[in-house]
Design a binder for this molecule. Structure first.
Ligand code: DGY
Length: 304
């Protein structure tokens, strides 16, 4: 805020907070830049912002923004890749460990006073080390998850990515395979791809059924990549063992969502990058992007 206020007039208003909504929409008529995250910027919002030059998103994902509409208006869109890679990979590995070793369930077992005797096999978990780690979407975050699995847990890694990617650190430890082979081989399948027209609903009933029996699905991309009803059906049938989800089709997850209490689901409140250090780094980068673009310079991380 200090960096922004030193150069520009700043209005702080969150359109999701009912008391601040009017202020946000009123400010649109004069703003040159927007900075924030997770609020959809579509043609109806753009129509109210005739002077807008830059949208600086404090996120790596940019599925909330109507990119063709922004491009048509010549509005620069920036985001915050890189600074959140390792933290997001930590979160996804935490979900993977939590699902396989039943961390939340067993911690609650103690907390709720049920630890009266040594646990038996009904509460045993499943090994992580040595199992096959599958990554769908082998960008920065996917590669960072793969490094944790391959170098830390001795996991063979298979991945699928739409383009050829080079990852020298994992040269002999991660194998590019077809999507079908990935689904059939992975004991853990981690989704780290952006939400696009091509990836929406990608993990449908058919692809979930093509996953290895007893596999665990981890979603750190966007909720809409997975058909949630089909996922629940697969868990209920016992085909998939568990799912670790940081993202959902509707966020916050509605109270009546069956995903909230399903015994096979470990759900996080979209916290991939949510550490003090990383959110601060994202805010700094988003601020630099905004200031640079408003000054007519090339921003560090422009999307379009
Ligand atoms: C990101 O950076 O895209 C996170 O998922 C927050 O939206």
């Amino acid at each position: 805020m200090d960096r922004l206020r030193a150069v520009h007039e700043v209005t702080v208003a969150n359109p999701r907070v009912p008391e601040q909504r009017a202020a946000f929409f009123a400010a649109l008529s004069t703003v040159h830049g927007l900075i924030g995250a997770s609020y959809p910027i579509d043609p109806s919002v753009l129509a109210l912002a005739p002077c807008l030059e830059v949208v600086s998103s404090v996120s790596v994902g940019v599925d909330n923004y109507d990119r063709p509409a922004l491009r048509q208006r010549g509005i620069v869109l920036t985001h915050t890749p890189g600074v959140l890679t390792e933290t997001t990979a930590d979160t996804l590995f935490a979900l993977l460990m939590a699902c396989s070793r039943r961390v939340v369930e067993l911690a609650n077992h103690v907390r709720d006073g049920h630890w009266n005797a040594a646990i038996d096999e009904t509460l045993f978990g499943w090994d992580v080390h040595g199992k096959t780690l599958g990554i769908l979407g082998f960008g920065r975050i996917g590669q960072a998850v793969a490094r944790r699995g391959a170098l830390g847990f001795g996991m063979p890694v298979v991945y699928h990515h739409p383009r050829v990617v080079s990852c020298p650190e994992l040269a002999d430890k991660a194998l590019a395979v077809s999507q079908a082979e990935l689904l059939s081989r992975a004991d853990f399948l981690v989704l780290t791809l952006p939400l696009t027209v091509e990836t929406r609903g990608l993990m449908n009933a058919e692809r979930l059924a093509a996953m290895k029996s007893g596999a665990i699905l981890i979603n750190g991309s966007r909720g809409a990549v997975v058909d949630e009803a089909a996922l629940l059906a697969s868990l209920d049938r016992g085909h998939l063992r568990a799912a670790g989800l940081d993202v959902f089709a509707v966020e916050p997850l509605p109270l009546d969502s069956p995903l909230r209490r399903h015994p096979g689901v470990t759900a996080f409140p979209h916290i991939g990058s949510a550490t003090h250090e990383t959110r601060h780094a994202m805010a700094e980068l988003a601020t630099s992007n905004l200031l640079q673009a408003l000054a007519g310079e090339r921003p560090i991380s422009a999307v379009d």
